[in-house]
Design a protein around this ligand. Structure first.
Ligand code: HAM
Length: 428
């Protein structure tokens, strides 16, 4: 049998209800914050990611699924969504009428990382990007938005880590200071970091190797190198978050693995998932739109990792997904089955979830099936009910039964099944 590819995963029916629920809630919250949906393609020209994420990042260096298409053009399965959203913002001049656009997108991303729990080669992100506002209000809004999503899903064990990476004016001086410091520890750095040191010393701060962590422990913090404008911007973000009662932890080691960030960067981490503890990450990228050929418009965004989020949702046990059907029709005998089939179809078209058994089976076996399907109600009808002109409706939870006349049966069921006490649904 051909098995699925390593690092890829099926989202099975017992999980897909959580996905739908999470995506629906995200769409609801996005609407409150003024975001509209954009659906960019999954395949883009390789150059888009090389230019935006950065040549010296792990993603571009070793994780992209890149191949030549039949004409020899290099294309890549998107490793993240920001680059595509920026491309679409520029290509379709989404800034023309009003540069302040807030766009969200949900979908699969691809990175050829070493698979482990919580780390996949195809994973999904809920991604948000807001363009056209340089003021710190929007940084605070983005963090409020993402924490609201976690709170509404009943996830408590999250910490917002916050940093500022400065701008084109102040970061070079910090890089220099960091380089000078790390140079003194070059011999204990891992082979990757020794290379990183010369190309982008900030990335050494992100390395998980114990020796590199130790070497970086005493490194200078960027906070001391921020220019007055970046410092004021960051101070305002912190004040706004405090006013909004959003807890955060300053983390001057948070550099993120993508090169486009300027000023505010953040990551939402949890203690409940083991090594893969980042469930969301983002920040400001005021220069990327211009760098990709668009107008000089600032931007800020984030992405939530859906697999990790859904694992937390399942662990927290606060979200119950009812998957049962509204009605099961237990019809006994072929003549009644034909009628039941018409009733079932009519009720389905009306909007109820209805199931029946299509082959000849006894009542006991059909009731078992109704149980397996989690039916809220079961309509029972055999020869004797038919000749008496009545059917029996049983509430599967209370086991209470009532008789319904066959005349106008479907109309009666439409009313009865709409009764919220008999309906099944999704509850938070
Ligand atoms: P990122 O930190 O690379 O940021 O990814 C965001 C989130 O995606 C991570 O916190 C994690 O939850 C999830 N994630 C990343 N890689 C994997 C993986 N291999 N398996 C499972 N989950 C994963 C970005 O992608 C930026 N584009 C975020 C952003 C948007 N910045 C500005 N706008």
């Amino acid at each position: 049998m051909i098995q699925l590819i390593k690092g890829f995963k099926d989202i099975l029916p017992d999980e897909s209800g959580y996905w739908r629920q999470v995506e629906n809630l995200a769409a609801e919250i996005f609407a409150c914050f003024g975001f509209v949906e954009l659906r960019p393609p999954i395949l883009e020209r390789t150059g888009l990611f090389e230019k935006s994420i950065g040549q010296d990042t792990d993603i571009v260096e070793k994780e992209m699924y890149t191949f030549a298409d039949r004409k020899g053009d290099l294309v890549t399965l998107r490793p993240e969504a920001t680059a595509s959203v920026v491309r679409a913002y520029i290509q379709h001049q989404l800034y023309a009428a009003n540069p302040c656009r807030k766009l969200y997108t949900i979908g699969p991303m691809f990175r050829r990382e070493r698979p482990q729990k919580g780390r996949y080669r195809q994973f999904h992100q809920i991604n948000a990007e807001a363009f056209g506002v340089k003021e710190p209000y929007l940084d605070a809004q983005m963090i409020l938005l993402v924490t609201t999503l976690f709170r509404r899903l009943g996830i408590d064990d999250v910490t917002v880590h916050l940093n500022s990476l400065g701008c084109r004016q102040c970061r070079p001086a910090y890089k220099q200071a960091l380089h000078a410091f790390l140079e003194k520890h070059r011999e204990i750095l891992c082979a990757d970091c020794r290379q990183r040191l010369d190309r982008n010393p900030l990335r050494v701060l992100d390395c998980k190797v114990e020796e590199c962590r130790r070497a970086a422990a005493g490194a200078p913090a960027i906070a001391a190198c921020l220019c007055p404008e970046c410092e004021a911007h960051f101070a305002a973000v912190k004040t706004l978050l405090t006013d909004l009662h959003v807890d955060f932890q300053l983390d001057d080691r948070l550099v993120r693995g993508l090169d486009y960030y300027t000023r505010t960067t953040f990551e939402v981490q949890t203690g409940s998932l083991g090594a893969q503890n980042a469930i969301a990450g983002g920040g400001r990228y005021d220069e990327l739109v211009k760098m990709l050929g668009g107008p000089d418009q600032p931007a800020v965004g984030f992405a939530v990792g859906c697999e990790r989020l859904i694992e937390l949702v399942r662990q927290s046990n606060r979200l119950t997904i009812e998957t049962g059907v509204d009605l099961f029709i237990a019809a006994l005998g072929s003549e009644i089955r034909e009628k039941a089939f018409r009733w079932m179809s009519e009720l389905q078209l009306f909007g109820f979830s209805v199931e029946m058994c299509f082959d000849e089976r006894g009542l006991k076996s059909q009731m078992k099936q109704a149980d397996r399907l989690g039916a809220a109600e079961t309509l029972i009808i055999g020869e004797s009910e038919l000749s008496a002109g009545r059917a029996v409706l049983r509430n599967m939870r209370t086991q209470q039964q009532r008789e319904l006349p066959l005349a106008g049966l479907v109309e009666q069921l439409k009313t009865l099944l709409t009764d919220p006490t008999t309906r099944k649904g999704i509850s938070t």
